[in-house]
Design a binder for this molecule. Sequence first.
Ligand code: GCV
Length: 685
Amino acid sequence: MEKQTAKEWKQLWLSYTKKKNVGNDPFLHTYRLEGFDRENRIVRSALEELKKGLSGMLGIDPSEESFAPEAGKEHINEQDKANSMQGILILRRLIPAGNNEEGYSLHEKEGNIILEAGGEKGLLYGVFHLLRLVSMEKSLKGICEAAGPDNPLRMVNHWDNMDGGIERGYSGNSFFFENNEIIVNERTRDYARLAASVGLNGVVINNVNVKQAATYLITDRYFEKVAQLAEIFADYGIRFYLSLNYAACMELGGLSTADPLAEEVQAWWKEKMKECFDRIPNLGGFLVKADSEGRPGPFTYGRTQADGANMLADAVKPYGGIIIWRCFVYNCTQDWRDYKTDRARAGYDNFIQMDGDYRENVILQIKNGPMDFQIREPISPLLGGLKKTNQMLEVQVAQEYTGHQIDVCYLIPMFKEVLDFHTYCKAGADTVADVISGRTLGNRNTGIAAVINTGNDANWTGNYLAGANFYGYGRLAFRTDLTAEEILDEWIPQTFGSDEKVLETLKKILLNSRTTYEKYTSPLGIGWMVNPGVHYGCSVDGYEYSRWGTYHRADHLGLGVDRSDKGTGYAQQYYEPNASMYNSMESCPEELLLFFHHVPYTYVLKSGKTLIQHIYDSHFEGYEEAESYAKAWDELEGLVDPEIFGNVKERFGRQLQNAREWRDQVNSYFYRKSGIPDEKGRTIY
Ligand code: GCV
């Protein structure tokens, strides 16, 4: 297999470069469509993709099986003769009871490959899977596989602003917006293809912080272009969503209030939603950030989050729409002197009492941790804590606090931990994966969303290696049972080719990269310690005396936040046995020790090391690991495309500078606070 060039990378894992023929071609020259309408837009996309992929990778131009000749014209043409000597690809709609319309199976039978799918989307996903196997140079001979999505909603959230900037974007500017105009071009289609190829089925194109021009996305000013975007996504089975300004009824409608219980507010939104669903095809609904970080919301009027969400849900209901309401609601004007208020508690405290009060078409979108996408946080106690409400998990693929796509940080191992976490909300179906798939409550309005890491950089994700997070997120959203390693076994061959050394080196780097990043940044779950605002680089006290509720509380004796029953009581928001486990210093998982407890520097960890020695050791180790990755990458020179090699090398250079700063600043800070020297006598400043 040839290595992929930077130019081909423009299509990421869909570059369809020439692949080794592993004996798949006999099945792939002819296809037959059974039970699908070839004029259906998604079927058309699937067939186009099949042709594009097979011609690029194997030089095959598949044609649809010719129909039986009419009576009297029974001559056999050359193509028919060829077909009769080889198998074909049968694309068949299958509707057994309970089958998921997004599911598919692939198997070989009597020399044919049969792709059976429950609906058009299943067909599209099945075709992409077949192409994935060809791209990985896997044989289709004897294949017998089936897959269906675990999560009903598998969404990407863009934090793209209409001026073209991306909030927390590290891959260039937006490919949806520029100078307050909407962009519709080939990249839109390529993006939709990429998203569908990993099974994503929903997109929110604009930032949750909806201000200025973005408020007008639901008006005549933008409807036409918004509709064009939505149509492109429809071709790939991806529902289209917008983030909404909760106060649009005032800003656009001129009302004097946004009180969700006020009749004029309800009437305005009903009218507005009618217009939106009339004008925007393929519209699935709206995402709302309310009462959060300065955004307007129902609290202003003494109303609950449920009042706000339900008012909008009623307005979209006639059109089958949903309201995805974020739970990132906390006091961002806290006094750092205040030890009682705890930001970690806020999501639960603001939402739990209204459990069961939300409309059926409301979904609460909950960040994976109670703070904000740190490298290590406990799982939000709202997930599974809510027992009568639709829930959706929000993760961040964009590396806001995890290295800005400069430092390598493969996030799938972290997402796996989140999904596998036992909430103890219901015997037998209590993991986060159970809750968001609908297995726990038997509901359908559930799923997963990711703040995505793409931009208009030619390689889509800034750092080439960050492409693994985009790919991995989609695959994991579809099949939560895939392991972080299995995902790399797919992504690396499709992007970097099949060289063993490249594969092994990249796997080693990527699989360990999250732990490495954790080691050289903030210790044992305490989080933050970043440069305020930008969230890259070390500043131990950067957020210590701020209003954001993000403190490490270090003094000369120890550090960490007491969130036990003697502290803020956050640990009590979990079900047992989690509540007790987190409550005690002895049973608290050590990687989260400082999140839950204020711990003396001399406290002895299970490793036998004191806390302070652990801080020193992990920071030296983290730096050394990053250094070893940079060296390992250097050894791939000549085995990967020079431009890709250079891009990643340059980023490793910056990662090392960053890791060095973190190591030395964190170690020096705690040495100066504690006065306890490093047992190993290494240089601390
Ligand atoms: C979109 C954090 C980020 C903000 C982001 C916010 C959110 O605070 O730093 O940029 O705003 O989370 O998730 O709404």
